[in-house]
Design a binder for this molecule. Structure first.
Ligand code: MCA
Ligand code: AMP
Length: 504
């Protein structure tokens, strides 16, 4: 047996001096150099005592070495846990404890903050900074650039991606080699990627989108990536002329549209623009086509399933739809209560089955059973319908979720903090339209009779507990929450009431 994912995406480039990463400094990292760095990191893992199947938690800025950490984990048979750089110590502590991570790689500026927590769980700490410095590479650079790849098969786990839930507790979605590999190949094929492609990569690399959809498609096809440290509008506009393709969240496209430099001449050579992770407004799709002549290709995915559907490369890319199921993947619409299949055109729960669907949630069999049916269909929590021509339309969510600039925020997590604050009787957190982030967070607080909660203090408590992107843009105090006859808070009424708060 070999190591299927490593051999297919990485090992095949051994000894090849073809370009892989083009950096903001214009330095080019070849495939060969990249693999050498990955193998040095894999040797470091062995040297510090990691064993096959151990979890490696990573909270670092985007850099070639950070991407090489992914390759190193695959090569050494370790499970990668990519973590948003915005997560606080509180949030990280949960992920480390829950996953039982053997190693945490963090930015050196966070080492002091994290070391007490890591020590308490027996987790080793190494550092890796954006410029490639830190203890991890200091060790790696003294070790061999070749590593005896650990044998792994399609069913073996490669990554845990933590995704929050409606209860506010994050679940570690376990993805296998087969999940990643099947998606890499189907997307490269359906989106026509070849070795001539240069992908403008401005996404973070701690999610499926930037880490797997973007990087794996390029690895599968032999192309290269302009590897920006993040989405900086000036940099994106500077590098677009060198790219053939770009993948982004809707905010990338609205920000580009807000800049007068976005014109046909800037992008006429481009082959493909892809959008996903959040709904792309039909209006954005149309404006982008008017300004550039390009129809953005919208696709639909999830942490637990990788990519499920995509608008066609050759056929009609329809605004407001997420296209057809990808080859080898089944999508059906079911009744949210009975689970029975619904006919074409009717709205219900979107369910997905295929080689892309994850193994379950780490050490949470009940949660896995609640969402992953025995017959292999995963209940996405999204609501949609399939039209007569087979296009999937996402029309809403059966889960209480806010997507801000492509980042998922679960209201419950914020409500739990608000409810604990002095003078707060109860709270509701909702998503309201926002011109830049698509949706943003509004906190609504109901005071205890006779109290006036201190909103500034509440914001301080929130800042200590959760990542910046989850912070409410505003908190308001109202007298009471609207409820239905069962006593359930009617968030839809609140969303209607405050829909113009940031988009007015
Ligand atoms: C940054 N901030 C945010 C967000 N990003 N607040 C809310 N929502 C966000 N998404 C905060 C910053 O901390 C900052 O706070 C303030 O907002 C303004 O920052 P700004 O410089 O404007 O933001 P940015 O650094 O330019 O980031 C915006 C972004 C970024 C480029 C849209 O959020 C991004 O790259 N999003 C992509 C997320 C993604 O890849 N999602 C895929 C996951 P302060 O002013 O206080 O400092 S979903 C997935 O993988 C599934 C499978 C799928 O289908 O793809
Ligand atoms: P995550 O759990 O972070 O992977 O986010 C997945 C969720 O993002 C999905 O369940 C959808 O609600 C949403 N999503 C992803 N792509 C799209 C899209 N193209 N249109 C609408 N929603 C999307």
């Amino acid at each position: 047996m070999a190591n299927v994912l490593y051999d297919d995406l990485f090992g095949k480039y051994s000894g090849k001096s073809t370009p892989f990463l083009i950096l903001e400094s214009d330095e080019i990292i070849t495939h060969e150099k990249f693999l050498e760095v990955a193998s040095r990191i894999a040797n470091t893992f062995t040297q510090i005592g990691l064993k096959v199947g151990d979890r490696v938690a990573v909270q670092v800025h985007k850099s070639p070495e950070a991407l090489a950490l992914y390759a190193a984990c695959v090569q050494a048979g370790l499970i990668l846990l990519p973590l948003n750089t915005a997560y606080t110590v509180d949030e990280l502590s949960y992920f480390i404890e829950n996953s039982g991570a053997a190693l945490l790689v963090c930015d050196s500026s966070n080492e002091n903050n994290l070391s007490v927590m890591a020590n308490s769980f027996g987790t080793i700490i190494e550092t890796l900074d954006i410029d490639g410095s830190g203890t991890l590479m200091e060790k790696a650079n003294t070790l061999s650039s070749s590593f005896k790849t650990i044998e792994r098969g399609l069913d073996d786990l490669v990554v845990f991606l933590y995704t929050s839930g409606t209860t506010g507790r994050s679940k570690g979605a376990m993805l296998t080699q087969g999940n990643l590999l099947s998606n890499a190949h189907v997307l490269a094929k359906e989106w026509r990627f070849t070795a001539d492609d240069v992908l403008l990569h401005a996404l973070p690399i701690f999610h499926i989108h930037g880490l797997f959809v973007a990087s794996n498609v390029i690895l599968a096809s032999g192309g290269s990536m302009i590897f920006l440290t993040g989405f900086n509008l000036d940099k994106v506009i500077e590098y677009l002329p060198q790219a053939t393709t770009m993948m982004g969240v809707p905010t990338f496209y609205t920000r580009l549209l807000g800049d007068p430099r976005l014109a046909k001449t800037l992008v006429q050579h481009m082959r493909l623009f892809v959008s996903g992770s959040a709904p792309l407004l039909a209006e954005t799709h149309i404006q982008f086509e008017d300004r550039t002549g390009h129809r953005i290709l919208e696709r639909y995915g999830m942490t637990e399933t990788n990519m499920n559907t995509s608008n066609p490369y050759d056929g009609d890319r329809r605004a407001g739809t997420v296209g057809y199921p990808l080859s080898g993947i089944e999508v059906k619409i079911t009744d949210t209560k009975s689970g029975e299949n619904l006919p074409t055109g009717e709205t219900g729960a979107i369910e997905v089955r295929g080689p892309n669907v994850f193994k379950g949630y780490w050490q949470m069999p009940e949660k896995t059973a609640a969402e992953l049916r025995k017959n292999g269909f995963f209940i996405t929590g999204d609501l949609g319908k399939i039209d007569a021509e087979g296009y999937l339309h996402i029309v809403g969510r059966d889960k209480d979720l806010i997507i801000s600039g492509g980042y998922n925020i679960y209201p419950k997590e914020i409500e739990l903090i608000l409810d604990e604050q002095p003078g707060v009787l109860e709270s509701a957190v909702i998503g309201v339209p926002h011109p830049d982030f698509g949706e943003t967070v509004l906190g609504i607080v109901i005071p205890e009779p006779g109290y006036s909660p201190d909103l500034e203090n509440i914001m301080i408590m929130i800042k200590q507990s959760i990542a910046r992107f989850k912070h409410p843009k505003k908190i308001i105090i109202i007298d009471e929450l609207p409820r239905n006859t069962m006593g359930k808070v009617q968030k839809n009424l609140l969303r209607d009431r405050y829909q113009s708060m940031f988009n007015g």
